[in-house]
Design a protein around this ligand. Structure first.
Ligand SMILES: N[C@@H](CCC(=O)N[C@@H](CS)C(=O)NCC(=O)O)C(=O)O
Length: 200
């Protein structure tokens, strides 16, 4: 199978971390592409009609996307229980919260990197950051027990979301006011799966 990814994509990183945590790299090849909303890569388009990554190209069935479908599929394939029966709805909601953060951070990146500077909209960027900041508050106030539980997909999602903020939006200083979450991340990012997938 082929997993279509880009090193900087937090959505793709989630799947790449899962592959390492569940020892599935032997028969799944990571294919790195460079794609964007304005210049879509052909392999990305072959895996997902919208051209978004990640997608999983399977020899014996249609390609799978988006990241949450792929992680559910690969977790079931490995029997790894990163979506535990107990706490399933909590883990799914924590994972969804991480994805909401990724959606806002990635769209901020596109606004800042792809849109001509004279067309950039600061109020929109600030509004996206407000969503992210509110989500970080909620995670710190409500989800720390789930983050400190045995490894689950909610944790992997949050680790990749925070890693992406560090990569692209460090200037927003997310750690301020989020000491507990920040301490959790300092520990989580030392996992070999996180170190191996850390974008430059
Ligand atoms: N909901 C999707 C989001 C994926 C996504 O937005 N990926 C970005 C890269 S981080 C992408 O492919 N952007 C290119 C585009 O929008 O055409 C998922 O979870 O897989």
């Amino acid at each position: 199978m082929k997993l279509i990814v880009a090193a900087a994509s937090p959505f793709a990183r989630k799947v790449r971390v899962l592959l390492r945590e569940t020892n599935q790299l032997d028969d799944i090849e990571e294919v790195h592409v460079s794609t964007s909303p304005t210049e879509m890569d052909a392999q990305a388009l072959a895996g997902n009609p919208t051209g978004r990554i990640p997608s999983l190209i399977r020899p014996d069935g249609p390609a799978l996307y988006d990241s949450r479908v792929i992680t559910r599929f690969l977790d079931a394939r490995a029997g790894s229980k990163l979506y535990p029966d107990r706490d399933l709805w909590d883990v799914l909601t924590l994972e969804a919260t991480a994805e909401e953060i990724m959606t806002s951070t990635v769209s901020m990146s596109y606004e800042m990197r792809l849109r001509p500077q004279e067309l950039q909209w600061d109020a929109w960027l600030d509004a996206q950051w407000e969503k992210i900041s509110g989500a970080l508050d909620a995670v710190q106030n409500r989800w720390m027990a789930h983050l400190n539980a045995p490894l689950n997909m909610g944790q992997i999602g949050m680790g990749c979301a925070l890693g992406y903020i560090d990569l692209r939006h460090d200037a927003r200083n997310w750690r301020k006011g989020h000491d507990t979450l920040s301490a959790w991340f300092e520990d989580f990012k030392q996992r070999p799966s996180m170190i191996e997938t850390c974008p430059e």
